[in-house]
Design a protein around this ligand. Structure first.
Ligand code: KIV
Ligand code: ZN
Length: 514
């Protein structure tokens, strides 16, 4: 079996998904889970892009010990310097430096001749090698590049010291056969290519990112780049869970394996979905809600008689639990704390105490508390570092078939003052959001509102995601509660608070730059 390295870029290319904006705590939580999943490399961000990105990359490099942490860099010394500062404390510092190689990008974006591009690429790799033991070089828009030129520049950056060569399909244009042919061409025409690792990085604009990645493996790639749930720029990147499970289930064909702990896939997918607010479509391969649901009578009959008639992947393989009841209202603090630890979360004593109170509250209303419920509570509590802005104290909503929906809200501002407002609306949620907008005295536009249940049953928790904008700036928020209106209000306040934090960080950055 050939070993395939998994390079996860959920926190870099994935965070480039429209409307996704993760804070430092959220990025760290995802990085820890990626470590548990067993990815080989985490691309934690683009250190030179902003102070926030720098801090996140640095914190992740200092925290994660079982995988290599990398950061993206343009082919300029100041980017490489920033990346080194952020990554130097990592277990295995690695740089990801790139430059575009296609005629379109060189002419219109870079305004450089091919010779200048080769020179800049070589210089940047040489410079990076002074610091980094491992340097990955990427040819942006490689798939629309002239192949002999691509071979020339790849040979030159290998000479300069690059250890990994990445061939991105930046615009999601290539087909599987053509992508495989590029790898075969490079293997045949580049001197010393056997000394480095070849990597595939695919975007999903034509829905072929996973197929292209697998074709690259067949043609000799030993590293696959992608994101959890396939999130990313435009149509997204190759979904790592799909590549890994395809290699596992079809090892007879690919003869290749990753070191992923497949049982962590479902949990990683849920965490990324919750924190990014990007809902996983029910029919999504491997991690969608319906991925293991057999609906037709003929299929159900077959599966009952013999699972393998219609099931090629068992839900347990990827960590899908049957949502068994784990705790209830008689469970004590010890059992509660133990289960949290088993789920892989480390909380402070204060956080455990606060969560335990919320858990007891919930257990009074909901008979069975599942792992999913617990995780929703933990994320709500642990990742909400915006409590110093607005806090929701209470809501009251009146709705009747022939009445005008009315809502009253009470908030506390950052200085501890109570603010109470009432408003009406065409529906309960609108009345609630109108009241919140009045209380906040800022014109917030609601761009997106989505609701899903955590688990099943009438008493399931509601999880609401919203995206809001204010002065053309966007932020997303989420809220969990047993009541959909309370979850809606929490999500709204969360988004507004996040907006203030993002703005505050930007102001601090601007001041620091002066
Ligand atoms: O898609 C792309 O080309 C990239 C590079 C920066 C590697 O993400
Ligand atoms: Zn990309």
């Amino acid at each position: 079996m050939r070993k395939i390295n998994i390079f996860d870029t959920t926190l870099r290319d994935g965070e480039q998904s429209a409307g996704v904006n993760l804070n430092l705590h959220e990025k760290l939580e995802i990085a820890r889970q990626l470590e548990r999943l067993g990815v080989d490399i985490i691309e934690a961000g683009f250190p030179a892009a902003s102070k926030g990105d720098f801090q996140a990359v640095q914190a992740i490099a200092q925290t994660v010990r079982n995988c290599s942490v990398t950061g993206l860099s343009r082919s300029v010394q100041s980017d490489i310097d920033a990346a080194w500062e952020a990554l130097k404390d990592g277990a295995e510092p690695r740089l990801h430096v790139f430059i575009a190689t296609s005629p379109i990008h060189m002419q219109y974006k870079l305004r450089m001749t091919p010779e200048q591009v080769v020179e800049t690429a070589v210089e940047s790799v040489r410079y990076a090698k002074k610091y980094f033991p491992i340097v990955q070089w990427s040819a942006e828009d490689a798939c629309r590049s002239d192949l002999p030129f691509l071979a020339t520049i790849v040979e030159k950056v290998i000479e300069a010291g690059a250890n990994v060569i990445n061939i991105p399909d930046t615009v999601g244009y290539i087909t599987p056969k053509q992508y495989g042919d590029i790898f075969s061409f490079l293997k045949k025409n580049v001197r010393n290519i056997e000394k480095i690792s070849l990597s595939a990085h695919c975007h999903d604009d034509l829905g072929m990112a996973v197929a292209n990645s697998l074709a690259a493996i067949e043609a000799g790639a030993t590293q696959i780049e992608g994101t959890i749930n396939g999130i990313g720029e435009r149509a997204g990147n190759a979904a790592i869970e799909e590549v890994a499970v395809a290699l596992y289930i079809r090892k007879d064909y690919y003869q290749a394996e990753t070191r992923l702990n497949l049982q962590e896939i479902k949990r990683t997918s849920s965490l990324v979905s919750k924190l990014t607010g990007m809902i996983v479509p029910p029919n999504k391969a491997i991690v969608g809600k319906n991925a293991f649901a057999h609906e037709s009578g003929i299929h159900q009959d077959g599966v009952l008689k013999e699972k393998t008639t219609y099931e090629i992947i068992s839900p347990q393989l990827v960590g899908v639990q049957s949502n068994s009841m784990v705790l209830g209202k008689h469970s004590g603090r010890h059992a509660f704390r133990t289960r949290i630890q088993e789920l892989g979360y480390s909380l402070t004593e204060e956080e455990v105490n606060r969560l335990f109170a919320r858990f007891k509250d919930l257990a009074d209303k909901k008979k069975d508390i599942t792992d999913d419920d617990l995780i929703a509570l933990i994320l709500d509590e642990k990742l909400d570092m915006y409590k110093n802005f607005y806090q929701l104290c209470s809501i009251q909503v009146q709705y009747g078939t022939n009445q005008i929906p009315t809502a009253v809200v009470v908030l506390k501002d950052g200085e501890g003052n109570d603010i109470q407002e009432a408003a009406t609306g065409a529906g309960s949620v609108e009345a609630l959001y109108n009241a919140l907008e009045k209380a906040l005295q800022i014109p917030v536009t609601l761009l997106d509102y989505r609701i899903e249940s955590v688990g099943s049953g009438r008493d399931a928790l509601a999880q609401v995601y919203v995206k809001v904008s204010l002065d053309r700036k966007e932020a997303s928020g989420r809220g969990t509660a047993q009541d959909v209106l309370e979850a809606s209000a929490k999500a709204y306040i969360h988004a507004v608070n996040r907006m203030f934090v993002i703005e505050k960080m930007k102001e601090e950055q601007a001041l620091a730059a002066q």
